[in-house]
Design a protein around this ligand. Structure first.
Ligand code: 3NM
Ligand code: MG
Length: 516
């Protein structure tokens, strides 16, 4: 049977979610709000009662041409005349269910690994419920929390076999993440057909309005989605366009919102001013929504991390994601301690980052074993740890991570690698003295944020512009006769950033000839 899986409602009759309300009334409201398919899921009720509820639900769903499926129970589906079943890995097998329900029934299967998904697809499942995406109180005994990257891996395996199976994902999906999950899980060959939701509809104060809101959200790409397929740029094209982007930053003076660590507050504000941005240093998540409305960008720097700070980061991330304002992640030392590893996982799960910028160790931590394959190194402090990757491997890693996250990834080092998943650039500018001053990595994050704020149409080119301006300014400063070491370097560096900004404002582009 042909079905629309885009907004898939799974019911729950527990006190914690349904409360004292009547399930049939709640489902009716949700269907009126735009839910496209319904699954009756109730693990406790007696068979007769379950059949009675299923029949009541079916009279509502069929009036709206919405299919009704029954969780686990082929017998109940048959008795109530429902359109199909949803079965778990420990339930009846697909072939038996098909034999009982017939060729037109909809049969869905819960899958959380690539193997389970391929087996179910080949066995003739109509759709797969892929999860658990995010930990959820609705189903606490889930096998594994797989995140958007786990969903993406499953879709990618399914894309490589020739089965026309539909897919939805489930677990912790709500208005604040539905668009992002659909966007970030899409692969070249397969994307989700919908999202499956329990508590964000059944537990909502107004289920009809909640369903309508979700339906509206999932019918559009998220505000931060890259507009078109990226333009292929030659080195010449890039260098021709960079000075105008520096100039546009000075003219637009974008707000550059820094949530950063204790060490670099002042330096980051000065760098932002020198390049022509308008800095605000605010670690207060409660004012992020107001700031996100000002059309700037946010940089989240993990250099100082506590549970409180993380909660503020998550609030701000969500506010900028909703407003469509770019967010840059600087995952300082994210592999160094258990707290930081958990912190970066929570941030990656909590929202979308337009750019992730880190050193080799940090990027490897975020990429995780699936992309790094046994090359994970223990980080000491916030420095990168021993490098284990060749230049080609670094380029391959940033490209794979950017493709997985649908964003831009920068790995800094003596050569920087920058990719948006389609285009990958190596940049050999900069100067060793940057390593002798605290906060030079962090303030590069600030710089990139400001450029992404003014050049959202091509975030890779925006980030590259920031890197070139920053690293060429560092070279110019380090070469000056009045610079004798890190102390004299910092003011000279700010001056050179300021000077390049002035040159770009006058339309000069000689400075960019130093790009390597
Ligand atoms: N199945 P909520 S997670 C019913 O991972 C169910 O297979 C899951 O509830 C799986 O939308 C889940 O409230 C509960 O997070 C999803
Ligand atoms: Mg089951």
């Amino acid at each position: 049977m042909k079905a629309d899986y885009s907004l898939y409602l799974v019911t729950d009759s527990t006190k914690a979610i349904l409360g004292d309300r009547d399930l049939v009334a709640v489902v009716k409201a949700a269907v009126e709000g735009g839910v496209t398919i319904v699954q009756l899921r109730d693990k406790t009720r007696e068979t007769a009662e379950l059949i009675r509820i299923a029949k009541e639900l079916h009279s509502i769903t069929s009036a709206h041409q919405v299919p009704l499926l029954i969780n686990d129970r082929v017998d109940v589906a048959l008795a109530a005349g429902a359109e199909g079943v949803h079965i778990g890995q420990d339930d009846i097998d697909i072939a038996s269910a098909r034999k009982i329900l017939g060729p037109d029934a909809i049969i869905g299967v819960t899958t959380s690994t690539e193997d389970e998904a391929i087996i179910a697809a080949k066995a003739g499942a109509d759709y797969l419920g892929i999860g658990t995406v995010y930990a959820t109180q609705t189903k606490e005994n889930t096998k594994t929390v797989i995140g958007t990257s786990g969903v993406r891996n499953i879709l990618s395996s399914l894309g490589s076999i020739n089965e026309n199976v539909k897919t939805v994902c489930i677990g912790g999906i709500k208005p604040s993440n539905a668009q992002r999950v659909l966007y970030q899980t899409a692969t070249a060959s397969k994307e989700l057909d919908g999202v499956a939701i329990v508590s964000a509809i059944i537990g909502a104060p107004d289920p009809k309005q909640a369903a309508a809101h979700l339906k509206e959200l999932i019918s559009h790409p998220p505000p931060f989605a890259a507009s078109a397929s990226p333009q292929i740029l030659s080195t010449r094209d890039i260098l021709d366009r960079v000075p105008a982007i520096v100039k546009s930053l000075g003219e637009a003076k974008p707000l550059c919102h820094n949530m950063t660590n204790l060490v670099v507050q002042n330096f980051a504000a000065n760098v932002a001013l020198a390049i022509g941005a308008s800095p605000i240093m605010s670690n207060n998540g409660d004012e992020a929504a107001d700031l996100a409305a000002l059309n700037g960008a946010l940089v989240i720097n993990m250099g100082t991390t506590t549970a409180d700070i993380r909660a503020n980061h998550l609030k701000a991330l969500s506010a900028y994601n909703i407003a469509g304002g770019p967010v840059i992640l600087d995952p300082v030392g994210c592999g160094a301690t258990q707290a930081r590893r958990e912190g970066v996982r929570a941030l990656m799960a909590g929202g979308y980052f337009d750019v992730i910028k880190g050193n080799e160790g940090e990027i490897k931590t975020i990429a995780g074993p699936a992309l790094v394959k046994g090359q994970q190194t223990q980080q000491r402090g916030v420095d990168s740890g021993t490098s284990t990757l060749s230049g080609t491997e670094k380029a391959t890693l940033v490209r794979a991570l950017a493709a997985r996250e649908h964003n831009v990834v920068l790995m800094t080092g003596s050569t920087d690698y920058l990719s948006d998943g389609a285009r990958t650039v190596a940049i050999r500018n900069g100067h060793a003295i940057l390593g002798a001053v605290t906060g030079t990595g962090c303030t590069l994050g600030t710089t990139i944020a400001a450029f992404v704020a003014v050049h959202r149409e091509d975030k890779l080119l925006a980030a590259l512009t920031g890197i070139l301006m920053y690293e060429i300014a560092a070279e110019r400063a380090a070469e000056r006769d009045d610079v004798r070491g890190p102390g004299t370097f910092v003011p000279a560096f700010l001056d050179e950033l300021f000077a390049i900004r002035g040159e770009a404002a006058r339309g000069a582009d000689a400075w960019v000839k130093g790009a390597k």
